[in-house]
Design a protein around this ligand. Structure first.
Ligand code: DAH
Length: 441
């Protein structure tokens, strides 16, 4: 993901300066990176998983609280999700997040924000939009990618970026995974709010589980015929009006701008940026739905718009929340600061514990990826890891490449002892060496 973000930096000047961004992995039009072709058993090539990569996905030994979950009405056991199988890369640390549904807690910042967005749609379009916030996050590869026209060789499909339960089933990496099914069921106005899962790097704004809201509105020819515009133009204008209204509803008199972009599922496609604390912040992706998606789902004469927005980024801005891990804490000093309907109450940090930095250098193997490293670190340190950052990178005369990563350990709840951190770092070194097949220096 780091490489992915870097590649987009030129088109989004704020990507590196703003600390609040989770970029869409669907912006990228080009073919997959070399490593993901190698990693993904599901791409167009017949590449298979290397044994190094498989090692990287061996499961962590963290204790797991519940072993039987109910997800959107579906009962699933741990063994159905965390499997010792080459096509499965879901660790226990991810399984433990399933079913928590932070967005369904009315006193949680994400629940408060969800309710505010739902309110906007209820007030602006009374009784029009059907709202879903409990759809099962386990979806087919078809629903997550094929049905929304994500190309077969797109980077987002790679084993490095997406959590696969088996070759045909994933933890949804975006709420767009529900578009086709809901259209096929006859829905024409809907909002889907849910937890989404992506393998990623570690820092204050990236967490492998976050929350998105998807919106879709379908128009009939009668809607645009009298307007003097064609269906696409009509839908694009309506979409922009709707989302500008939403941004005003959430942020008050905010300055905003539209940026043309690319998504596989929409044409034309746009991003909305708002000006906040002296920088432009990308808050959502949207566009006019590709005709193919509508036609395949029984809507031959229609035009539709769709959007997808990330809740954490908005909530971090609205509530002044400095670290994405805080959304997951059960510390009362965090949870007691928020209550139902109170949008934008500013979070007061209860204390700041010192970080502890540990560096680790190794010669990488061909299959090494930063996402795999981050998963190993999270598997051991959980939410005690604040950031994993590449601080040195060189290739010697023999063509061997060395990376040095700096790991920041910091608890948001207490001081960590030297002994505890040394113990974590020791375990990290051990697992990095065995699971990622790198050579420590
Ligand atoms: N699914 C996209 C993502 O996760 C966000 C998105 C963009 C959703 C455009 C949409 C859309 O429905 O039209 O990055």
């Amino acid at each position: 993901m780091a490489a992915y973000r870097a590649s987009m930096a030129s088109s989004f000047s704020l990507v590196h300066s703003a600390t609040l961004l989770k970029n869409s992995i669907f912006l990228r039009r080009s073919r997959v990176l070399a490593f993901s072709l190698h990693l993904s058993p599901f791409s167009t090539s017949s590449a298979t998983l290397s044994s190094d990569v498989l090692h990287a996905h061996k499961k962590s030994r963290q204790p797991v609280a519940a072993t039987l979950l109910e997800l959107g009405g579906v009962k699933v056991g741990r063994d159905e999700i965390v499997k010792d199988d080459p096509t499965n890369n879901v660790p226990d640390s991810i399984f433990s997040k399933l079913g928590l549904q932070l967005h369904r807690r009315n006193n949680h910042p994400l629940g408060i924000l969800k309710n505010a967005i739902f309110d906007y749609f209820d007030t602006t379009y009374p009784s029009k939009f059907t709202k879903f916030d409990d759809l099962c996050p386990i979806v087919s590869v078809k629903a997550n990618f094929d049905d929304v026209l994500v190309p077969a060789d797109h980077v987002s499909r790679s084993y490095n970026d997406t959590y696969y339960i088996d070759s045909q089933t994933v933890l949804r990496c975006h709420t767009s995974a529900h578009q086709a099914e809901l259209l096929g069921e006859g829905h024409t106005h809907f909002l889907v709010m849910g937890d989404v899962y992506r393998r990623d790097s570690i820092d204050a704004t990236h967490y492998p589980v976050f929350h998105q809201m998807e919106g879709v509105r379908v128009f009939n020819p009668a809607d645009w015929e009298g307007s003097g515009k064609d269906g696409t133009q009509f839908a694009a204008e309506d979409l922009k009006k709707c989302l500008e209204g939403l941004a005003q509803h959430l942020f008050g008199g905010v300055e905003m701008r539209w940026i043309d972009t690319y998504f596989p599922f929409t044409n034309p496609s746009f991003e909305l940026e708002i000006y906040f604390q002296e920088q432009w912040l990308e808050v959502l992706g949207c566009g006019v739905m590709e005709q193919d998606i509508l036609q395949r789902n029984g809507r031959t004469n229609n035009v539709a718009w769709a959007f997808g927005l990330g809740l954490e980024r908005l909530a971090m801005v609205l509530f002044d929340i400095p670290d994405i891990r805080l959304f997951w804490t059960t510390d009362e000093r965090f949870t007691s600061q928020f209550s139902k309907g109170q949008l934008g109450v500013k979070f007061k940090p209860f204390s700041k514990f010192p970080p502890c930095y540990k560096d680790m250098s190794f010669w990488i193997s061909d299959s090494f990826t930063e996402n795999n490293l981050c998963e190993v670190v999270r598997g051991i340190a959980g939410d005690l890891v604040e950031e994993v950052k590449l601080i040195d990178n060189f290739t010697n005369k023999k063509g061997m490449t060395s990376h040095c990563y700096r790991i920041a350990y910091r608890s948001m709840e207490r001081s960590l002892t030297d002994e505890e951190i040394n113990d974590l770092q020791w375990k990290v070194r051990e697992q990095v060496e065995t699971k990622l097949k790198v050579v420590l220096r």
